[in-house]
Design a protein around this ligand. Structure first.
Ligand SMILES: [Zn+2]
Length: 307
């Protein structure tokens, strides 16, 4: 059957308790050990590439220098402070970002083997491993926030993307898939934008929690769900963060699984997933097997789909 791996960027173990959200607390849940490499705090692309490969950044190659626009200090600084600036200052900063970054580069992709190379495994988007475009869209959205995007437009875009990613994961449960992985950036973006707005961030957590519940409800016997984060997010309302910079990454990464064990560290995830992928993968009822589809080629050629 299928192991769904949800990469919930910046899901904070402390905030799950602070907001008291059962949706994230599956059969086994708690802190996940994470690391910092090129920065003082855990750095998104480095950690997610490690989760997928089980390797240190020096081995998988997705590090500060190899992550292109991830590494941009202007963007990083902007996303920390934009939530607390008046609108005219935000607009100016947005222009500075554009003029300093110029043409965007692509987010790096590791050559190392990952959990998604396993037979029957699929991945939708995953920093450093597969399809960096959704992440680039998330950065575009943070830029737009810095330039004064309204709250309702921000949330429409943010949860619209989030809904697509969760819907993809649920759909994979209907197909003969061994591992399905997807990275969801919503809580990182919401955390940067709402580090000083407890009600707004609680609402974002609760909405993502509803998506998690829908995913759990879609699991069939033998399917498992593992949700993970790469780091948490400091806020100005969570007491342990007092005196620290809000909207910077916290060390409170989180893991939660429908099984009776969960990975203890981001370096353990690959082995954990390997151990939970069933050796005897049962084909889904609606699966017609692996035979090729008999397509009406002449018709498709007329329509211009085929050369
Ligand atoms: Zn992150």
């Amino acid at each position: 059957m299928t192991v769904i791996v949800l990469a919930l960027d910046a899901l904070d173990a402390g905030l799950v308790e602070h907001f008291d959200l059962d949706a994230f607390r599956l059969a086994s849940s708690g802190d996940l050990g994470t690391f910092a490499h090129t920065q003082e705090l855990p750095y998104t692309p480095e950690v997610w590439a490690t989760v997928a490969t089980g390797l240190h950044p020096e081995e998988h190659g997705i590090t500060g220098g190899g992550t292109s626009e991830w590494d941009n200090p202007v963007l990083e600084g902007l996303s920390r402070i934009s939530g607390r600036l008046d609108e005219s200052t935000r607009g100016t900063l947005g222009k500075v970002v554009r003029s300093q970054t110029g043409e965007r580069e692509r987010i790096g992709r590791t050559d190392a083997a990952s959990i998604f190379d396993a037979e029957g495994a699929v991945v939708h988007n995953w920093p450093g491993v597969a399809d960096g475009q959704p992440l680039q869209r998330a950065w575009d959205l943070m830029n737009a926030v810095a330039e004064g995007l309204s709250r309702s437009e921000f949330e429409r875009e943010l949860f619209g993307q989030c809904a697509q990613q969760f819907a993809w994961a649920r759909e994979m449960l209907r197909h003969p898939v061994s591992i399905a992985g997807v990275h969801v950036h919503a809580l990182d973006a919401a955390g940067h934008a709402y580090a000083d707005d407890e009600d707004a961030l609680r609402h974002a957590y609760a909405r993502v929690g509803e998506f998690v519940e829908e995913t759990v409800d879609a699991l069939e016997d033998g399917d498992d769900l593992l949700l993970l984060s790469d780091h948490g997010m400091r806020t100005d309302f969570y007491p342990p963060d007092a005196g620290k910079n809000p909207a910077t990454h916290s060390w409170r990464a989180y893991a939660s699984a429908t099984t009776d064990t969960r990975p203890e560290s981001v370096f353990d995830v690959r082995d954990w997933v390997d151990a939970h992928v069933s050796d005897t993968r049962v084909e889904r009822e609606n699966d017609e097997g692996g035979e090729a589809i008999d397509v009406p080629e002449d018709h498709l050629r007329e329509l211009g789909y085929l050369e």
